[in-house]
Design a binder for this molecule. Structure first.
Ligand SMILES: Nc1ncnc2c1ncn2[C@@H]1O[C@H](COP(=O)(O)O)[C@@H](OP(=O)(O)O)[C@H]1O
Ligand SMILES: [Mg+2]
Length: 263
């Protein structure tokens, strides 16, 4: 049987924060079901991408029919560039890890960009279905304080860690913590599993929009690696690098990149 997300309550429908969380949760539950269908490898990855994308497109069209959409798995209609509200969605981030049960480092990303203040993320949710958790801007994670003398931890890709992050870790006396999914890495900072996620070399708006919305709502520092703001709903959706970290680490990380670059 295919998972039925039901209908969001009136409270959820009236609030973009809660709706983003509801959408991410629904797609996550669908993905848990796909993971039980006996598929493996590429077939499992493809089935997951398609099931979560199809469900989210249906739900956004039903509950926010006027809004634009940018999804990793959909064709990019440039109509979104004329919209005041655009949902930026990665139906399954960490596809590789999704296809390696029982790994839990994969996520569903649902963000809302609005044209206010020159354009910015206004709501977002990251579901980690295998943990049974949805992190969202309606009730942002509370980042616990950390001993300033503790060794910093930096989240990196488990399959393609950028070389410069190793040099950065050495400079900061930090340890690298490999894991899958951009969303899981960003949220690991909010959960105090790590203190920073630094990435360069390639990514797209959907990989970071929802996680960055949640991180910013939790009071974390977010920027491009050169310290400039992350911008979303652009014509070109390639957004190859980012920093998400505890505010107290930001200056040193940006200074390191300025001095050494990312080559
Ligand atoms: N160099 C690169 N170019 C393009 N996308 C990249 C990338 N490095 C990471 N990503 C994307 O960022 C997400 C997290 O990757 P990683 O786990 O290696 O950090 C993945 O998203 P998807 O799983 O949605 O494809 C991956 O495709
Ligand atoms: Mg992704």
């Amino acid at each position: 049987m295919t998972f039925d997300p039901g209908t969001p309550s009136a409270d959820v429908l009236a609030d973009d924060h809660l709706l983003s969380a509801w959408l991410a949760d629904a797609a996550g539950k669908r993905l848990l079901e796909v993971r039980e269908e006996g598929l493996e490898g590429k077939a499992l990855k493809d089935a997951g991408d398609l099931a979560a994308h199809t469900l989210l497109m249906d739900l956004v069209a039903t509950y926010r029919p006027e809004d634009g959409v940018l999804s990793e798995e959909g064709k990019d209609s440039k109509e979104r560039l004329g919209k005041d509200r655009v949902w930026i969605i990665d139906p399954l981030d960490g596809t590789r890890e999704f296809s390696e049960p029982p790994r839990d480092d994969w996520a569903v990303h649902v963000a809302l960009w609005e044209s206010v203040d020159g354009g910015r993320l206004t709501a977002g949710a990251v579901a980690q279905p295998a943990l049974g958790e949805v992190f969202h801007t309606g009730h942002p994670p509370v980042v616990p304080p950390r001993d300033p003398d503790a060794r910093p931890r930096i989240a990196v890709s488990r399959s393609r860690p950028p070389a410069f992050v190793e040099a950065l870790a050495e400079e900061l006396g930090a340890e690298l913590v490999p894991m899958g999914s951009a969303g899981v890495k960003v949220i690991s900072v909010a959960r105090d599993v790590t203190d920073a996620y630094v990435h360069a070399g390639g990514q797209y708006e959907w990989d970071s929009a929802a996680p960055v919305a949640v991180a910013a709502a939790a009071g974390l520092f977010t920027s491009r690696v050169d310290g400039s703001p992350l911008r979303y709903n652009q014509d070109d959706v390639y957004l190859p690098d980012l920093i998400v970290c505890r505010p107290e680490l930001a200056e040193r990380i940006v200074a390191f990149v300025k001095e050494h670059g990312i080559a």
